[in-house]
Design a binder for this molecule. Structure first.
Ligand code: SAH
Length: 362
């Protein structure tokens, strides 16, 4: 990434300060004739103290604050709506961006952890047949500031500290590589005090070159891969992106990632009745586990009925819990590490794959 690339702006727009990494802030202060340590100070105010205006930055002189107010913008997201699930305490936040787009962010509180599920794009271009976000289409990439703000603003609204972050909301983070990587850089630097980077998980449908690029950057976040089938024909029906990047290329990229970072991949697997829960699927999962050191996260399918989908999306049914148990046992007997993801927040359409803005214009 070119050091000054982050300053490229559409005409008339102010520099967006929130979302700059530590290095970028220091460079930016240098370009406006200020000392680099001011960049460090602003970094701390923005991401450690999580202030939302220059007036709160006590150790920044008034003249510099005025200059920053003139040159830059510090705002990115605004809370539009907040919904709390009575069943589980899951909270869904709807945020409005400066250009009036809407995105969703979810907090999932459990006894031993509080997970924040953040979005990386407004909508999603991938059109996965089991996912509501795919059905709403793609609007634009989020900036790293908008990605970070989802953490900042939800943490301010939520009484318990967030302990884990997952990039599993709207969008495909690796198709928004630059802004996703910038946001991970911020989390990896400042959150040592709050959230260790090892508690941050990026989930991808599989963009092989970007998986390799991520491995080369070498951040210590976790990587999850949305597998959903070990067979290309089935996977392509569920996830059109598989036609462009078939499984084998992705598996090679994931292997590269593992070899480089020695961090086990999590394979995510939505259990779909008669589609990927057959005996041959179980055998393929065992073979895959022997090939790539990994864990398997089985996800019960959350309904898309609220979207009234057509085509294959309307035919998808969840695998019964009886069959999920049976499969889990078979896999564990073969030494596969299996977790079953809980479903939270279905009553407010906040469960995995249910995020699609009701405000979205078509
Ligand atoms: N684009 C990324 C991140 C968004 S999806 C990716 O594909 O991984 C985040 C997770 O939610 C993925 O594992 C995805 O497969 C899962 N998901 C999507 N729709 C779902 C649904 N209807 N029910 C359960 N999980 C779903």
């Amino acid at each position: 990434m070119n050091d000054l690339e982050f300053l490229t702006l559409p005409e008339g727009r102010k520099v967006q300060i929130k979302g700059m990494t530590r290095k970028e802030l220091k460079t930016y202060f240098h370009t406006i004739g200020e000392q680099a340590f001011r960049g460090e100070q602003v970094f701390n105010w923005l991401y450690n103290h999580m202030v939302t205006s220059y007036d709160e930055m006590g150790n920044i002189p008034k003249t510099l604050r005025n200059k920053l107010n003139e040159l830059t913008s510090i705002i990115s997201l605004e809370l539009a709506e907040k919904m709390v699930s009575e069943e589980s305490g899951t909270v869904k936040f709807i945020f409005r961006t400066e250009d009036s787009q809407y995105i969703e962010t979810v907090i999932i509180p459990e006894e031993e952890r509080v997970t924040l599920c953040i979005s990386s794009q407004v909508g999603c271009p991938l059109d996965c047949k089991f996912c509501a976000t795919g059905l709403m289409g793609f609007k634009r990439n989020l900036t790293s500031g908008e990605i970070f703000d989802q953490y900042l603003l939800t943490q301010k609204e939520f009484e318990r500290p967030i302990t884990n972050i997952v990039y599993m909301g709207m969008g495909e983070p690796l198709l928004n590589f630059r802004e996703t990587a910038r946001s991970l850089l911020i989390f990896s630097e400042e959150t040592t005090k709050r959230i260790p980077i090892s508690k941050v998980t990026l989930s991808t449908a599989g963009i092989p070159l970007k998986i390799i690029k991520l491995a080369d950057i070498g951040m210590k976040n976790k990587l999850a891969f949305s597998l959903h089938s070990c067979f290309d024909d089935v996977r392509s029906k569920l996830m059109p992106i598989n036609e462009k990047y078939p499984l084998e290329i992705n598996l090679e990229a994931l292997n590269y990632y593992f070899q480089k970072l020695k961090s086990r991949i999590t394979f995510e697997y939505i259990m779909l009745k008669d589609i990927n829960d057959r005996d041959e699927d179980v055998e393929a999962l065992i073979r895959l586990n022997r090939r790539i050191p990994s864990k398997l996260n089985i996800i019960p399918f959350n309904s898309l009925k609220h979207m009234n989908p057509g085509g294959i999306s309307s035919e998808l049914e969840p695998t019964s819990f009886y069959r999920i148990d049976q499969i889990t046992k078979l896999l564990r007997d073969e030494g596969v590490t299996v977790m079953i993801r809980n479903t939270f927040g279905e009553d407010i359409q906040a469960a995995c794959g249910q995020l699609a803005s009701k405000y979205a214009s078509s």
